[in-house]
Ligand binder design. Structure first.
Ligand code: AMP
Ligand code: GLY
Length: 429
């Protein structure tokens, strides 16, 4: 099997790693890939958002299977373009990808199919209407830009001044581009967050192991939001009763809703949940795998990923094929100095070989590129140091031990990935 992976972050490195380990895979290509991926797959220079360039890549390679990592190509219709040309592809159609591409579309879907979610006050396409609506909301209020905004489109406003400032920035000053021209206002939910990711062929579905992301830049959930500074997975994250509730109140109505609305979905569906006192509620849908959740999920995979994904593309998923390593996994993201704000690139990364020698550790690359014999930084999130262990504590210990071997100028990372559950257990809640 010849496999093409679209994207070039830590999530795609994790996919390439597991696809290469699958029996029957002859070769993996990745467009555009990164410095770490280039040691395991043939990287092809192409912009992951450019549908016609990627179609040209596929025509050159003739892949037996294509796996699309990021949201941009999905929202731009890459799946449809590949299907028209009879390439087997894992990813939702452009229409179904609107579940991530438009928060208003997603909210209307959730409401139409009675799936628990935060109540929406309204959606607005003019700043005047949005300012007026602030008179009748409860505080704090959540403001969401409708379109793709690279993780910057959600704002929790404590008071009218903060809300007005955000609305002005996105709707009047266009700071988030076209993604911010429409917004919605919704109720603020409280609770712990959980990333629940499904793989579906449109009819059948299998849930992946549960993960939790750490979105804030600094320890103790302080600092600005990022793409994700680390993730972990352990079965304890999701007690059986909660899994059942999520299955019956969220997963099943979502899959029925997709079918009823004629939204074609063969791929990963990421359901971001808030575990509230009234039960789990949907915060967001992503039409893809999460990053860095995928790194933690991939580390626990104990099945042939290529075979399962080929089944999904052919609409014959067998959920029983997804087998998982017991225990836990953790991924600690090493970021560039200044991230998620401005940062410098081109810093040489040292210690990768030493870190990779620690048993059960895999260093997954995100913002890296090769420069001669060296690997240098090329993005905000640089590496995801990923490890498995019999327990979460052991997985974390190995990830941090490996992270301690790596160095580049300005490097920073959170020291408290996975701490939250240990603390809550100790506190008895
Ligand atoms: P989203 O891009 O919709 O996932 O939102 C990003 C983050 O904003 C989520 O992971 C939550 O931490 C937070 N968030 C989104 N919606 C709400 C809400 N209704 N109440 C509280 N927090 C929210
Ligand atoms: N880690 C969150 C995301 O991938 O959207």
């Amino acid at each position: 099997m010849k496999v093409l992976v679209i994207g070039g972050g830590g999530r795609e490195h994790a996919l390439v790693w597991k696809l290469r380990q699958s029996a029957g895979v002859e070769k993996v290509w990745c467009a555009p890939g990164n410095g770490g991926i280039s040691g395991e797959a043939e990287c092809v220079a192409a912009d992951a958002g450019d549908v016609s360039a990627l179609v040209a890549v596929a025509e050159h390679i003739s892949p037996d299977l294509t796996v699309i990592g990021p949201e941009l190509p999905l929202v731009n219709g890459l799946t449809d373009a590949f299907r028209q040309r009879k390439y087997a592809v894992v990813g939702p159609s452009q229409q179904a990808a609107q579940l991530e591409g438009s928060k208003i579309f997603a909210k209307e879907f959730l409401q139409r199919h009675n799936i628990p979610t935060a109540a929406m006050y309204g959606s607005y396409d003019s700043p005047g209407a949005a300012y007026s609506a602030l008179c009748s909301v409860d505080w704090p209020v959540v403001i969401k830009a409708d379109g793709l905004c690279a993780g910057k489109g959600v704002f929790l406003a404590d008071d009218p001044d903060a809300a007005t400032g955000f609305i002005e920035r996105v709707m009047e000053k266009d700071e988030l581009g076209a993604g911010g021209r429409r917004i919605l206002l919704e109720e603020t939910l409280e609770g712990d967050e959980l990333s629940f990711i499904l793989l579906t062929d449109g009819e059948r579905s299998a849930s992946l192991v549960p993960t939790r992301d750490h979105k804030r830049a600094f320890d103790n959930n302080e600092g600005p939001n990022t793409g994700g500074m680390g993730a972990y997975s352990s079965d304890e994250l999701l007690p059986e009763a909660l899994r059942q509730t999520i299955q019956t109140t969220i997963v099943e109505p979502t899959l029925r809703g997709l079918a009823k609305d004629g939204l074609r979905y063969q791929g990963f569906l990421y359901v971001g949940l808030m575990l509230t006192k009234q039960g789990p509620k949907v915060l967001e849908f992503n039409c893809r795998l999460g990053d860095p959740e995928t790194q933690a999920i991939a580390a626990r995979m104990d099945f042939r990923l290529a075979e399962v994904l080929a089944d999904v593309a052919a609409e014959r998923l067998e959920p029983a094929k997804l087998k998982w390593k017991r225990g836990a996994s953790a991924c600690v993201v090493l970021a560039s100095g200044g991230y998620p704000g401005k940062f410098e690139s081109g810093k040489e990364i040292k210690g990768l070989a030493e870190a990779g020698q620690i048993p059960d550790v895999k260093v997954l690359h995100a913002g890296t590129r090769r420069k001669g014999d060296a690997i240098v930084t090329s993005g905000g999130r640089v590496l995801g140091v990923t490890a498995t262990g019999d327990s979460l504590a052991m997985a974390l210990q190995k990830s941090y031990q490996a992270a301690g071997k790596i160095h580049f100028d300005g490097m920073h990372y959170r020291k408290d990935i996975g701490r939250h559950p240990l603390q809550s257990t100790a506190a008895g809640d």
